[in-house]
Design a protein around this ligand. Structure first.
Ligand code: TXA
Ligand code: MG
Length: 315
């Protein structure tokens, strides 16, 4: 990729950032917590590029950032409790994990195939201006290479991701400096990540204690559950040809009934992965079997293989 553009914090910078995002490119932008690495949450390829730019070895679910409560309600189902919490704490450093609306239109890479979605309405004026100008949800993990410290200045973003993303919108230092608090709502609210809003404040608002960590419906680190993403059909990896009764998913030179990427492109493979798994599951049927061609263990291939090993794990 070409040089990463630094965009200034004015109307033209915001307009340029929104145009790049609409074209499927990645733009880092400031929030009140840390800089986020934004991509169109409805665009599979853009979201796959987020994982690639960060060098993330796993497809962890991402937070969908929205401009207002209406934008959030397009993505998630809000019950009265969720609406009350949103009204009390948004905009601000609080992320809510809520049931995903099936018609939300977000890439399954954003939710990592889950039926819940993490939604956040940031308070930073530039983030809000960008979300309004873009006009849709932005998936945005912290804008740092995987395993490194989260960036709180545009310079930090460039130090880690220069040349790997289209632009950074420079809004100066972030005020909060730690990521948002993640709260999973429902009959049993849980604190999934401590962050910018203290847990005690949320406990007070909810009128109940907040256990820390995940549950079956809102796992803390969903990717850790070995067979969580498993399709109904049994899965075999490293296949060069289909055995009797198998649906073969190809990659590169291995032609299948379906293919992750005929050209062996790992970004394309990541972008199509969750769709293909569903499609293959339907084709195979409950008693059927799915075989996957080998995917190289480099770049996004690591995250793809991590996901496939979970799908193939004994259950
Ligand atoms: O402050 C922040 O939240 C920053 C700024 C950029 O907004 N963003 C951020 O995103 O920290 P990220 O991707 O680094 O954090 C996402 C976290 C992960 O730990 C993930 O496990 C959790 O959110 N998460 C996302 N969707 C989830 C879901 N459906 N269920 C449970 N946890 C979820
Ligand atoms: Mg992070």
């Amino acid at each position: 990729m070409d040089r990463t553009e630094t965009l200034v914090a004015d109307d033209s910078g915001v307009a340029r950032a929104a145009a790049l995002l609409r074209a499927g490119a990645l733009v880092a932008f400031p929030t009140e917590t840390v800089y986020g690495l934004g991509g169109d949450a409805r665009n599979d390829t853009a979201v796959a590029h987020i994982f690639e730019a960060k060098g993330r070895p796993r497809f962890n679910p991402l937070i969908a950032h929205v401009a207002d409560l209406d934008g959030a309600e397009v993505l998630a189902v809000f019950d009265p409790q969720a609406r009350a919490i949103a009204q009390a704490f948004w905009p601000g450093p609080l992320t809510l994990v809520l049931p995903l609306r099936p018609e939300a239109g977000v890439s399954p890479l954003v939710t990592a195939g889950h039926e819940t979605i993490a939604v956040r309405l940031p308070a930073h004026p530039l983030a809000r201006a960008l979300l309004r100008a873009f006009g849709g949800p932005l998936a945005a993990p912290s804008a740092n290479p995987s395993g490194r410290v989260s960036p709180t200045r545009a310079e930090h973003v460039l130090a880690g991701l220069s040349g790997r993303i289209a632009a950074v919108l420079d809004g100066g230092p972030c005020a909060v400096g730690v990521e948002s608090t993640i709260l999973s709502l429902g009959p049993e609210p849980r604190l999934l990540r401590p962050g910018g809003i203290p847990a005690e404040v949320l406990e007070e608002a909810l009128g109940r204690p907040l256990p820390l960590g995940g549950s079956e419906t809102a796992p803390n680190a969903p990717g850790q559950l070995a067979s969580h993403y498993a399709p109904g059909a049994a899965v075999r990896l490293g296949a060069h040809a289909a055995e009797t009764g198998e649906i073969l998913i190809g990659f590169g030179p291995v032609r299948g009934d379906l293919t992750l990427s005929a050209t062996g492109d790992l970004v394309e493979a990541a972008a199509s992965l969750f769709h293909i798994l569903r499609e293959a599951d339907v084709l195979a049927g409950p008693e059927g079997r799915i075989a996957f061609a080998p995917v190289p263990e480099r770049g996004l291939g690591r995250a793809i293989n991590d996901r496939l090993r979970r799908a193939a794990a004994p259950r």
